[in-house]
Design a protein around this ligand. Sequence first.
Ligand code: FAD
Length: 453
Amino acid sequence: TQELHIVGGGMAGSEAAWQAANMGVQVVLHEMRPKVKTFAHQTGNLGEMVCSNSFRSDDSEQNAVGLLHWEMRAADGLIIDTAHRHRLPAGGALAVDREPFAETVTARLKAHANIRISYEEITDLPADGQWIIATGPLTSQGLGAAIQARTGSDALAFFDAIAPIVYYDSIDMSKAWMQSRYDKGETEEEQRAYLNCPMDKETYEAFIDALLAADKTEFHEGETAGYFDGCLPIEVMAERGRETLRHGPMKPVGLTNPHQPDVKAHAVVQLRRDNALGTLFNIVGFQTKMKYGAQKEVLRMIPGLENAQFARLGGIHRNTFLNSPTLLDAQMRLKSQPNIRFAGQITGVEGYVESAAMGLLAGRLAAAEILGRDLPPLPQDSAHGALVHHITGGAEAKTFQPMNVNFGLFRPLDGVRGGRRGRKDRYRGYTDRAKEVWTDWLAAQRVDAAAAE
Ligand code: FAD
């Protein structure tokens, strides 16, 4: 049978190789390190953790990342199993001893009879063969240019400028209201795409003070260059003048506050619906380099967001990623060239765990295609399914930015389990449902594999 080529031996590529090889496919894993380096990686190991040593929460009942852990373990995931082998005490989080972790990942892949590792940089998208591109946020320049030539320059970003994302149900609608500026949009659906939070002069001035005083992160060396066009951090706008934001993303025009129709707001913070389900809203134009703790404090000064819960906080980083909602099909293949799949952070997910999870799926999907097996449809109510559905279809393509897994991506629960239950119950409902459908999906593949033999 055909070989599977995987480019990039990070979180996603390592997991993809493991999954495909375990299904009986011959895998060639191409990794450019240690020959070609990135600014963040320190070693030539596969599965190197570039920054923190945490896989975040391991709680599979109340946390969406913990649920991904659970699903990956059920699917014999290499990354998650190795992480557990090198676990460090860290409360509810899965923290790992990073060097032995990456050494073990490397050793297990090297020892696998169906995997060959080729240390080289790939700089093209090959026309033939089955390929998975899992080259991550720091994809080499040559390959980045080749992808851009294929997808068009608007479809591949080299920086993310992430505006914070808020859970709709944590917004105080007795202060905020739904309206698009100048009531643009034909359908009710379009008019419900925006939500507004009004500020009086005093609140605005206090907000600017807090922005200027907040703790910010510095860029990594080698990370900057040219990011400033079109996506200035809000604090940089505020530094340029106290009124700049009021004439930019916070301009109070074209809007009427139904709670106080006679009062003209001094400034308005606008949020835009971030997914088809309407459970997530991003704060328009609020990309920021504020540290996470400071960000929460400052953003909760916005009227209506006093109790906001964040699906993700804002940031600006060097990050190569595709506009997956327009480019990829539901099987993570490039629509214009289906022999190429993408996996990991380059598909627009964010984080070690999410990247490994997308590698797990891509590896299984590619292997099934090579073996001529039909996998049962991926269950959207699993954490893997919810995440891949978001990036390949559920997210707004125009404003697409990298996403962490979170419960806002899950379809609402119906019947007894849904409705007005408390948050704890709801999360338990999501995770129970996910485990059930994921277990069924894995079991169906085992039956299928047995039938194919
Ligand atoms: P990587 O793990 O980066 O793997 C990609 C691999 O592809 C690398 O080994 C690279 O050498 C190789 N490669 C690239 N181009 C080529 C080529 N042309 N040919 C062959 N090989 C190639 N996430 C977290 O959860 N926690 C964090 O603390 C965190 N910190 C981060 C800090 C930085 C500076 C960056 C850039 C990202 C960080 N991330 C973090 C985000 C992200 O989750 C990780 O980068 C994660 O490793 C992504 O997994 P991946 O497999 O997609 O990419």
